[in-house]
Design a protein around this ligand. Structure first.
Ligand code: ADP
Ligand code: MG
Length: 223
């Protein structure tokens, strides 16, 4: 299993009280499986991804990523696990304006210390995979919104993640581009054997995915 979350609880300070963001959330995702998480704004979807990707530590419960129990790790080991095993894609592609599509990917390899020639080969292979080989040398300003999200997906795949966490990737896109990005994530999940969690508002895409879960007030249930 690439992601196992069991009875995860997370709260944030909220004045004199605490706001329960995740209320005993359990979720298991296997390699090659893509799961949707839907639910209203403020229900805890992004918090779920933050805990799954070891960005935030759960108050109680367990989280295991690619067979490693995250809950027991110190900060350094958690950072390493996230870097080596987790890919993130956010609502906005968060690309650096000054870098070409290719360089966005090479930056990841630079951070992880991957050998340069191999990184370049892999980056070009991934840009080709997301349909952007011909635009590898364009900066974000000369890419469409859909293309920028494709670069973000390719970048998230650079480190060969076991876990791919995607937060509302289509909210800035029209229906057709949104559909294409979700289809790309599904294909990548199958072909690259990631365990993928996609937070989405758009119920039209759900038929492309394996399962849908719904978050309400910090509680996750099958929908
Ligand atoms: P969603 O992604 O479904 O919109 P979030 O996980 O972002 O929901 O937020 C869940 C709840 O936790 C919301 O009420 C939000 O205001 C609150 N929240 C999120 N992040 C923080 C934070 N860093 N500090 C305090 N409250 C937060
Ligand atoms: Mg959110």
């Amino acid at each position: 299993m690439s992601l196992i979350m069991k009875d995860v609880r997370l709260t944030y300070p909220d004045g004199d009280r605490r706001l329960v963001a995740l209320d005993d959330v359990s979720l298991t995702v296997e390699p090659g499986e893509i799961v949707a998480v839907t639910g209203p704004s403020g229900s805890g979807k992004s918090s779920l991804l933050a805990v799954a990707g070891a960005l935030v530590t759960a108050e109680s419960g367990t989280v295991a990523v690619a067979g490693t129990d995250v809950t027991g790790l110190g900060q350094k080991d958690r950072d390493r696990l996230r870097r080596d095993r987790v890919g993130f894609v956010f609502q906005q592609a968060n690309l650096l304006a000054a870098l070409t599509a290719l360089d966005q990917l090479l930056l990841v390899a630079h951070v992880t210390g991957a050998p340069k020639a191999a990184a370049r080969t892999r980056a070009m292979e991934l840009l080709d995979y997301v349909g952007l080989a011909a635009k590898a040398h364009r900066r974000p300003g000369r890419l469409s919104g859909g293309e920028r999200q494709r670069v973000a997906v390719a970048r998230a795949l650079m480190g060969e993640p076991a876990l791919l966490l995607v937060d509302e990737p289509t909210s800035a896109l029209d229906a057709e581009r949104g559909h294409d990005v979700i289809a790309l994530l599904r294909d990548a999940t199958r072909e690259r054997r990631t365990a993928t969690v996609v937070v989405t508002h758009d119920l039209r895409h759900l038929d492309l995915l394996d399962r849908a879960m719904e978050m309400r007030d910090g509680t996750l249930t099958p929908s």
